[in-house]
Design a protein around this ligand. Structure first.
Ligand SMILES: Nc1nc2c(c(=O)[nH]1)N[C@H]1C(S)=C(S)[C@@H](COP(=O)(O)O)O[C@H]1N2
Ligand SMILES: [Mo]
Length: 197
């Protein structure tokens, strides 16, 4: 078998920097939606943070953008095993939206126009780790990808990045969202392969 000593066995592909275990790199941008694409006009769009005591903080499209957008360059990782490296986005940091929100809750439920939900610890939305994204690669976010605005939480599997995001509700106890009720992990760290439970 000496003929094959430069062959397949024993050879490992060099690791791609930034690629979590069990993921492959794609250049395309697959669309993954559990239902039809809702169409929300930015005139009608609003975003609401609801605290555990029921206090509401609400922004219109213009009010949200006036808070200030940032450019974000990041990798994204879908639980179905594709990753997209070096994507660029523009959006409003959740830190800004939560700046005046008084809460002692540790958990949140993001909800979307169309009914999708996903749970995230509040700490994962703060500290420069999450945005309401309105642009992808320099263009307004397409409806299929969550336009006019989606949650972008790139350090967790992409199902946590709710498309067509409408609001975030603060919760004292963790509760499963749509995919989490169907067996997806409550947290979803791609580097720990927290896919299902
Ligand atoms: N509202 C909503 N958000 C969603 C989903 C969905 O079905 N509805 N799918 C999630 C899943 S499983 C993934 S992988 C990403 C896919 O985003 P994309 O379609 O832009 O690739 O969106 C997430 N956000
Ligand atoms: Mo996904």
């Amino acid at each position: 078998m000496g003929f094959f000593n430069s062959g397949f066995s024993g050879r490992r592909r060099p690791d791609t920097p930034g690629l979590p275990p069990g993921q492959y790199v794609t250049e395309s941008f697959p669309v993954l939606s559990a239902g039809p694409t809702p169409r929300i006009d930015t005139d009608q769009w609003q975003f609401t943070i609801t605290t555990e005591s029921g206090e509401r903080h609400r922004w219109s499209w213009d009010e949200m953008l006036a808070l200030g957008v940032e450019d974000v360059a990041t990798d994204i990782h879908c639980v179905t095993s594709w990753s997209k490296l070096g994507t660029t986005w523009r959006g409003v940091p959740l830190d800004t939206l939560f700046a005046d929100v008084d809460t002692s809750a540790e958990f949140t439920m993001a909800s979307s126009y169309g009914g999708y939900t996903t749970n995230l610890p509040l700490a994962d939305l703060l500290g420069g780790k999450a945005w309401i994204a309105t642009e992808f690669e320099g263009e307004p976010l397409e409806p299929e990808h969550g336009g006019p605005a989606r949650l972008l939480v790139p350090h967790l599997y992409f199902w946590k990045s709710a498309k067509w995001v409408a609001g975030i509700r603060l919760m004292e106890n963790d509760e499963p969202g749509f995919w989490e009720q169907n067996g997806y992990h409550m947290y979803g760290d791609p580097f720990l392969e927290q896919r299902y439970w």
